[in-house]
Design a protein around this ligand. Structure first.
Ligand SMILES: N[C@@H](CCC(=O)N[C@@H](CS)C(=O)NCC(=O)O)C(=O)O
Length: 324
């Protein structure tokens, strides 16, 4: 996959990885500053100051893209989606300010990381939240970026979205997030990137146990933790919407499809049909990114034609009672 060591891109990062018996280990994000409405964190929320580097296929980037859309922050925080195949890191035909594509015609995300820290060592990942004023990376951890988008830019948000992390539901949201991250969001990668049968089998069972659990939960309530969607719902959604199109076959998560779970599937449709969301779900881009971009899993790069799934059919979730 490649990474940056001491400010230089290296293609072969095998020896810097941490293989645990063939299991895929996701590295911790490195940039962990935060933006605050009053500026006390060192990064003040201001329109036009921040930029998000994203990619259509990436579920972690997708979290931030969806929340930016739902809050109506598109004119406040700029964003670019990777629009060229990765040769090294994520590639963009469009640059930002004085960081522009060179002769190759693409800006590669590792160039942005090296601008921020000429001695950077670590992975180069989307989403990456860039500060145009200080010319540095604020944060590259999606779970933290969505919290900033939830609260810190409200002065400029075009939509009055209910709190995504409401105080009374926090412990429940945290509990759901932990289980869903471990067995679903990251679980699909652990199955798909497993290099041994054992590593794959360790994660495939718990993933479907969580789906069974969620199917039951969603038969009793419309959303996971509150009477409106919270961050737990959107964090789950980005994996669910990719599942039948990609993870089921590409990552071998094929015990059942999400369409085989009536509640989970209608819930996925419900979230997908939330105004604004479909505009930021690019199924073709998602399929291309995984099948076409992950030669470690799919060496031919062939993107399958199907499956054909209608995401616009009625979801009937309005009949399900919400959590108290
Ligand atoms: N913990 C990070 C994970 C981000 C992540 O792993 N993004 C993937 C794309 S789906 C990436 O950029 N991978 C490139 C790499 O690891 O070199 C987050 O949630 O923001």
């Amino acid at each position: 996959m490649g990474m940056v060591i001491d400010g230089r891109w290296i293609d072969d990062d095998e020896k810097y990885r941490n293989p645990q018996g063939g299991a895929f280990v996701r590295a911790e994000s490195v940039w962990r500053d935060s933006i605050s409405a009053d500026g006390s964190s060192g990064f003040k929320a201001e329109p036009g100051r921040y930029h998000l580097f994203l990619a259509p296929s990436c579920p972690w980037a997708h979290r931030t893209q969806i929340i930016r859309r739902l809050k109506g922050l598109e004119d406040v925080i700029s964003a670019t989606l990777s629009d060229r195949p990765r040769v090294r890191s994520w590639a963009y035909t469009q640059g930002i300010d004085d960081i522009q594509p060179g002769d190759s015609g693409v800006l590669e995300l590792h160039e942005v990381y090296i601008k921020a820290d000429p001695n950077y060592t670590g992975r180069v990942t989307v989403p990456t939240l860039w500060d145009r004023e200080k010319k540095t990376i604020v944060n590259n951890e999606s779970s933290e970026i969505i919290r900033m988008l939830n609260t810190e830019f409200d002065e400029w948000a075009a939509n009055d979205l209910p709190d995504l992390y409401p105080e009374p539901h926090r412990s429940r949201i945290d509990e759901l997030n932990d289980r869903i991250y471990e067995t679903v969001n990251n679980g699909v990668y652990r199955c798909g990137f497993a290099k041994t049968q054992e590593a794959y089998e360790e994660y495939i069972g718990p993933m479907f146990e969580t789906f069974d659990y969620l199917e039951d939960l969603l038969s009793k309530q419309r959303y996971l933790a509150a009477e409106h969607p919270t961050e737990a719902d959107w964090r789950l959604f980005v994996t669910l919407i990719r599942f039948d199109f990609v993870y089921f076959s590409h990552f071998k998560c094929n015990i059942r499809r999400i369409q085989d779970y009536p509640n989970l599937w209608n819930y996925t449709l419900d979230l997908y049909q939330t105004p604004g969301v479909a505009e930021v779900v690019d199924i073709a881009g998602i399929k291309k990114g995984y099948y076409g971009g992950q030669s470690n899993v799919n060496p031919t790069g062939i993107v399958p034609t199907g499956p054909f799934i209608d995401l616009t059919v009625a979801h009937k979730r309005d009949q399900v009672k919400n959590a108290a």
